[in-house]
Design a protein around this ligand. Sequence first.
Ligand code: GDP
Length: 444
Amino acid sequence: MFDSLKERLESIFSGLRGRGKLTEEDVQQALREIRRALLEADVNYKVVKDLVEKIRVRAVGADVLESIMPARQVSAVVYEEIARIMGEGSRGIDISPQPPTLVMMVGLQGGGKTTSSAKLAKKLSKSHKPMLVACDLRRPAAVDQLRVLAGQAGVAFFGPEASETDVVALSQRALAYAASHLIDVLVFDTAGRLAVDEEMMAELDRMKAALDPHEILLVVDAMSGQEALNVAEAFNNRLGVTGVVLSKLDGDARGGAALAVLAATGVPVKFAGVGEGLDAIEQFDPRRMAERIMGMGDMAGLVEKIKETATETDIRQMAQSFKKQRFTMDDLLAQFAQVEKMGPLDKVMEMLPGAVASKMKDLPPEALDDKRLLRMKAIIQSMTKAERRDPAIIKGSRRRRIAEGSGTTVQMVNQLLKQFEQMSELWKRFGKMGKKRSLLGGLG
Ligand code: GDP
């Protein structure tokens, strides 16, 4: 799912990263490409317009363009807005504090309503005692299908009698049965039609009035694209839907519906069907979905980390030190402090985009060991000011003194000095690159 949108966005952002420092025109150009990619993923036109505008307002601001990592900042803004447009947080079924919880499943025939009802009942059966109620009195095949699925899911089933014609009476009988069998959630698989029609809506309306359900979940087929939004609008206007189940998101869907349902109808997507099997249902999580769309690692985690730790000033200072001719032990100490602030090194590494992480992989593995970091800090802290400025003066007796002062060994001090030399070499090279273009901007 979202494969082509993901690919498009990845190529847009890698183009931005390649540019280092960004101008407003660079961002405008990227926004035009993002707009086109969203439209091609079948996201509703109005929704795209709105979304791109929100991104524009945040992304062309001076604080983004002049930041050290502009491309990363722009992709973080796009990620956040895509997540926001799909809703805040993920919500499952609203379980009533006073059982039974009543869930009405509605939708067009073929949309995946019966399958989704069984999937949900199976999911609920882990912590509840649900029952599936077959309410399509016109299509005996639909009743049989639900009975079979209930058997496969291992949950209770309630169906109409042969001559039953009134869906409200059937629902009442189901409620009475539930009360005497300790059933605490009822999932009503209502009748669907091939298209939205008055007779179906009137029947659903009567059921709603009789049951006063806690949830009315509309099942729409993600593969139906824009049509899914029209269907959602029609059902919501008439019935007041509490959530959408987006079925067949595993299929060939371009995924546009997932992005647009909430914005276009005001109804949140609560679940996504991702296959034919009864376990193939996921609680819909806007942030995780946005991560998938952006093809990122743990983007949410990284955005939080950047906000929490490195302030803009920190990063600026770090970039400044790259440009200095001479690298001192104090610079190394400052680097260690920065790295420590970000948390365990291997965790930070996991969150970095591929390009940066692969550069870091060239470092020896022990460079990423947190305990080693502490020891190295202690060693530097045992040096005098003069020694920190000019480590070349640290010879035999000074090495012994520093080792004692830091509770380490001469061998470790030697190691640090060697590493310092390697680092200052690297620094010199980075400094030269930095003159051509902003180094960290290039990494962003
Ligand atoms: P209903 O008429 O709305 O009750 O639709 P059904 O539940 O009978 O589903 C119609 C078809 O879609 C069936 O073949 C299902 O197996 C299939 N289907 C339903 N949900 C999904 C899904 O999430 N992924 C896939 N791949 N197929 C699904």
